[in-house]
Design a binder for this molecule. Structure first.
Ligand SMILES: NC(=O)c1ccc[n+]([C@@H]2O[C@H](COP(=O)([O-])OP(=O)(O)OC[C@H]3O[C@@H](n4cnc5c(N)ncnc54)[C@H](OP(=O)(O)O)[C@@H]3O)[C@@H](O)[C@H]2O)c1
Length: 285
């Protein structure tokens, strides 16, 4: 059985390869793919099959997916090219005759109205229409989206956002990766739509309070109109387009589009998910 993981040069892809190995999948059954194999050639030293795959280059996809049984399609980074990239990867998976495509989508991709959800919905629809069994791994936010900002929160004494009282079911990349590994290495997932997220959702005010409790510093949450958040983010050096996507995502968070109470993630991985407090404590270590 050959399990192909795309984006293995990235964080979620690498963690998924690690989770597959930890769950006892033989390294020779795991195919790690990415654009620049130098970034993950250490996996080859551990017996993992390493192949180059660029979503912009269909020939590379055909070669990388040859002989694949299951494929994890990790959504690519550039938002404007995402759907075209994913279509090429799905076409290559169908041509390779895979038995399952697992796609890392986004919470409530069928109904959510954010810019990011649009790209995931388009990919899900394309995948469902193709003659290949599929499973949707609808990931909420990463906890790391927030823990990566801890130095900024501490510097400014503030968390800023445009999410109002919305609650986000953020979970760690490692937990999402482990869930992907379970779906890829066990049977019975074709046709499933998993709404994946942390067991304990939180508001951005609760995020600020949790950072305060962990650091002993007073951190407050300031809710801004979306256009003011874009101004603040671009003022801090973010490109305008990225700032707009982040503010748009915060509005979606405020509408409950990144919340799930499904319990799917902890059920798949067989343990409680990593909490916000644990993730913050880890990041501060
Ligand atoms: N849920 C969330 O909170 C959240 C947050 C951020 C992103 N995401 C989504 O989740 C995905 C995985 O997250 P991550 O943290 O692992 O991101 P990451 O570390 O940036 O990894 C992204 C991976 O996608 C690969 N990729 C991008 N364009 C590609 C292309 N044209 N052909 C082949 N591979 C390509 C990258 O390869 P290279 O190394 O060659 O660039 C990399 O391996 C992201 O790509 C994004 O779609 C989700």
């Amino acid at each position: 059985m050959s399990i192909v993981v795309t984006g293995a040069s990235g964080q979620l892809g690498r963690l998924t390869v690690e989770a597959l190995l930890a769950r006892g999948v033989p390294a020779s059954d795991v195919v790690a793919t990415g654009r620049d194999i130098a970034r993950f050639k250490d996996l080859a030293d551990r017996g993992v099959v390493v192949r180059r795959a660029d979503f912009a280059d269909p020939d590379s996809l055909a070669a990388a997916f040859e002989g694949a049984d299951k494929l994890l399609l990790i959504s690519t980074t550039t938002v404007d090219e995402r759907v075209a990239n994913h279509r090429r990867a799905i076409d290559a998976a169908v041509a390779a005759g895979v038995s399952l495509v697992a796609y890392t989508s986004m919470s409530h991709a069928d109904t959510a109205t954010t810019i990011l959800a649009d790209t995931h919905r388009a990919t899900e629809e394309y995948l469902r229409e193709r003659p290949v069994p599929s499973v949707m791994l609808r990931n909420s936010w990463y906890l790391e989206n927030y823990t990566a900002q801890l130095p900024l929160f501490l510097q400014h004494g503030a968390v800023i956002g445009a999410a109002g009282e919305g609650r986000v079911s953020a979970a760690s990349r490692a937990d999402y990766a482990d869930a992907a590994a379970v779906v890829l290495s066990t049977e019975g997932h074709a046709g499933a739509v998993y709404e994946l997220g942390g067991d304990e959702a939180f508001t951005l005010a609760e995020l600020a309070a949790t950072v305060s409790a962990a650091t002993g510093k007073q951190i407050t949450y300031t809710d801004l109109p979306a256009e003011k958040l874009v101004e603040a983010l671009t003022g801090a050096g973010l490109p305008t387009e990225l700032a707009q996507v982040l503010a748009d995502s915060d509005l979606g968070l405020g509408r409950g589009e990144l919340f799930t109470g499904s319990g799917d993630l902890s059920r798949l991985i067989g343990r409680p998910t990593t909490s916000l407090a644990e993730a913050i404590a880890d990041a501060l270590r």
